[in-house]
Design a protein around this ligand. Structure first.
Ligand code: DGJ
Length: 716
């Protein structure tokens, strides 16, 4: 069949796919919308990208295709690697069908190589927000087993790509940025932790030198998968640079019998002139999902850092009273409620309400919480088991393990094999039973260890892929049975932040560290992909439990206000003053959350690394809430101008502190007051374009203070 060059254009993005004589179409272009150009120009654009034949090279110069393979001269990271009967195969696919989806939303390409017995479907999509999505389905059409070792998805980089940004981290410090120059070779971020991991990059981005949030062309890719994976950027001297992503498969993990298929996770690419634009495409796309949480995100109190394992009923009831009076809307009982669980050494897997701690079941706490008008949420860690548990004693064969011994423990626990139908059935039954017997609106779904030697105890085969598929199935089934249930995905904080888990859950616990200094970084870089309404942000106690640093309440509360807001602090002993301040921030959040959870997230590129300005601008551009924070002492004193990105350039904004703010004790003025006093006490009024270009002088703050600034459009 004759295959045409395809131009997809949607949501400000264009993609051009050009037929390739030796395989799947070439990725001739991915970037800003090319506009309404004719077929001849599209073909010319594709041809204009053809590399010239050079000395010392293959006679057909290699090009990046949807599945680059040696059979088309490709010598970079291969699209597909696999074996049949002990022999490595070298497929050369022929495209046999190409179907365009309506409204330029994508194309599905069917290809085959009957000589090696493989068929392929390539799903290429453009979302309404301009994300490029890709997924491949590989089918074994041969007569014997075919083992898939790798199947990757590719994204071309523009010629300006020169600097790499990704995130790294650890428990309590997830998603710290790191940058380096793009040089020849391959830079790969791999997870073999059975989950993305605390050190995972939520996005691998490449852009112009020094690109920031407001400027510089940048492209990035994310893999929507909660298991082993890799994302990479490669620069080959004999060709251009590209991004790739795919699942990491162990030996014999993905063996296809005749007729069986393997579907890759979806890889999602975004671009922008600056990271604000790149991440906005992710946010708008996620918000357009039918499953995206629509109702206001309930302000939450989580008991973990408030009481840990001290689940004393009168203490919890008093905490609930105080929370409800503050305006909290959801009360979440964390770890420690189930049979035998008094600390973190035992009982995971024994999902029955503990009869000694809760002789009347959970009814007394749930009824109290519901009576106060709050929802009730409950913690589970369904994939895990302590060796010291009734479950592990009864079913040691349900634990992921190599033959004959357990893997090294993590937090004294092991992992259940959700690919095992009996283990899966038990966990489904236990959760379903507790959710059916109690008025529970919310589950905090935890996952507190990396996987090691994750093999099926029966077959000895690597089982991470099947475990993740089982996990997704379990979540889908629970949601089907309990359609109003919301689920939070937690993995020792943020060790499983990906769009695979977020397709089935309603928020992420972004980090176990709620020190605002650490959280400012964590929240900024998590929101490269995840919008704020899906990010759990809690106000902790005066001294951070994970860093030992002390911070004022306005700093703790003001830096958390942008996300899915909550409190994780024993508020029963607060002074009336503290209680009033905390309540003011709850009220502020509730009054702004409709805009905070639909609007555009913007971060300013400031020269001084101690200064941080971030905000959310409402969908209609009429309102914006910004947080200006000083994380250390500023280099200049006073610190200099702040320019506000993302506002409507033509609108006239009135600017005020959003809450009575802390000020620098040395100058005796509350922030912004000195500007107002120059205008006889009336608030500043400036057009969006002036705020973006000239800005205003940053108020003097102490290190570790934040000032929330509201901007509201007024008629001139
Ligand atoms: C780790 C989580 O991240 C915490 O928030 C808490 O739920 C503990 N697990 C409970 O064991």
């Amino acid at each position: 069949m004759t295959i045409e060059t395809v131009h997809l254009s949607r949501g400000g993005t264009s993609v051009v796919l050009e037929p390739h004589p030796y395989g799947l179409p070439a990725l001739a272009y991915w970037g800003p919308d090319l506009g309404d150009i004719g077929d001849r120009e599209v073909r010319s654009l594709a041809v204009a990208q053809h590399p010239q034949r050079v000395s010392g090279g293959i006679d057909v110069p290699a090009r990046l295709t949807l599945l680059p393979l040696e059979s088309a001269g490709w010598q970079g990271t291969p699209g597909l690697a696999g074996d049949r009967a002990g022999a490595h195969l070298y497929p050369r696919f022929t495209v046999v069908a190409m179907n365009r989806l309506a409204e330029s939303a994508g194309v599905v390409i069917e290809a085959r190589d009957d000589d090696v017995g493989l068929a392929l479907s390539a799903h290429v999509g453009l979302t309404a927000s301009g994300l490029l999505t890709q997924r491949l389905v590989l089918t074994n059409t041969g007569d014997d087993e075919y083992e898939v070792r790798a199947l990757n998805l590719f994204f071309p980089l523009q010629h300006t790509a020169a600097e790499v940004l990704d995130t790294t981290g650890r428990h309590l410090r997830e998603r710290s940025p790191q940058r380096h120059a793009l040089t020849a070779g391959t830079y790969t971020r791999t997870s073999r932790r059975g989950r993305p991991g605390a050190d995972a990059t939520v996005l691998l981005a490449v852009g112009t030198p020094g690109f920031g949030f407001e400027h510089g062309r940048v492209q990035g890719v994310h893999l929507a998968w909660s298991g082993n994976q890799q994302v990479l950027v490669e620069k080959i001297p004999a060709g251009s640079s590209f991004l790739a992503a795919g699942e990491v498969l162990s030996a014999r993990e993905m063996v296809l019998a005749p007729g069986e298929s393997y579907s890759t996770p979806e890889a999602i690419g975004s671009w922008g002139d600056g990271l604000n634009e790149l991440s906005g495409r992710f946010h708008r796309h996620l918000r357009s999902r039918a499953t995206h949480p629509q109702r206001p995100r309930p302000v939450t109190l989580n008991t973990w850092e408030a009481v840990y394992f001290d689940l004393d009923l009168p203490r919890l009831l008093a905490l609930a009273d105080r929370a409800a009076a503050l305006g909290v809307e959801r009360f979440v009982l964390d770890d420690g409620w189930f049979r035998g669980r008094r600390d973190d050494t035992s009982s995971l897997g024994d999902w029955y309400v503990d009869e000694t701690v809760w002789p009347e079941g959970l009814a007394p706490i749930i009824e109290h919480v519901r009576g106060l008008g709050m929802e009730f949420g409950l913690w589970f860690e369904p994939e895990m088991v302590n060796p010291d548990s009734d479950l592990a004693r009864a079913h040691p064969e349900w634990i992921l393990q190599p033959e004959g011994r357990l893997p090294l423990p993590g937090r004294q626990q092991q992992v259940l094999n959700l690919g095992n139908p009996d283990a899966y059935g038990y966990i489904l039954e236990r959760l379903d039973d507790i959710l059916s017997a109690n008025d529970i609106a919310y589950v905090k779904w935890d996952h507190n260890r990396d996987l090691l030697e994750a093999a099926d105890a029966g077959t000895g085969h690597a089982a991470v892929h099947r475990h993740v598929v089982g996990l997704y199935r379990l979540l889908d089934e629970l949601r089907r049975r309990h359609p109003h249930l919301e689920i939070e995905s937690c993995a020792s904080g943020g060790a499983r932040v990906d769009l695979g888990i977020l397709a089935r859950t309603d928020r992420i616990w972004t980090s176990d560290c709620i020190d605002p200094i650490e959280r400012l970084v964590n929240q900024k870089y998590t929101s490269l992909v995840v919008p704020p309404e899906l990010l759990g942000m809690h106000v902790g106690g005066p001294v951070s439990h994970s860093t030992g640093r002390a911070h004022s309440l306005p700093f703790r509360a003001g830096t958390a206000v942008f996300g899915h807001y909550g409190i994780e602090w024993d508020i029963s002993g607060l002074t009336e003053g503290e209680y009033a301040v905390l309540g003011r921030y709850v009220d502020l959040h509730r009054s702004w959350r409709a805009d905070l959870h639909r609007g555009a997230v913007v971060h300013a590129d400031l020269v001084d690394p101690a200064m941080d300005l971030r905000g959310i601008v409402s969908e209609d551009g009429r309102r914006a809430l910004f947080g200006y924070s000083l994380t250390a002492s500023s280099a200049s004193y006073p610190p200099g101008p702040l320019a506000f990105p993302g506002l409507d350039p033509e609108a006239l904004y009135e600017i005020r502190p959003a809450v009575p703010a802390e000020g620098h004790p040395g100058n005796g003025q509350s922030p912004l007051a000195w500007l107002q006093s120059a205008l006889d006490g009336s608030p500043l009024r400036l057009p969006g374009k002036v705020l973006a270009q000239a800005g205003l002088q940053a108020p003097v703050l102490l290190p570790e203070q934040t000032l929330l600034i509201e901007l509201r459009a007024v008629e001139s």
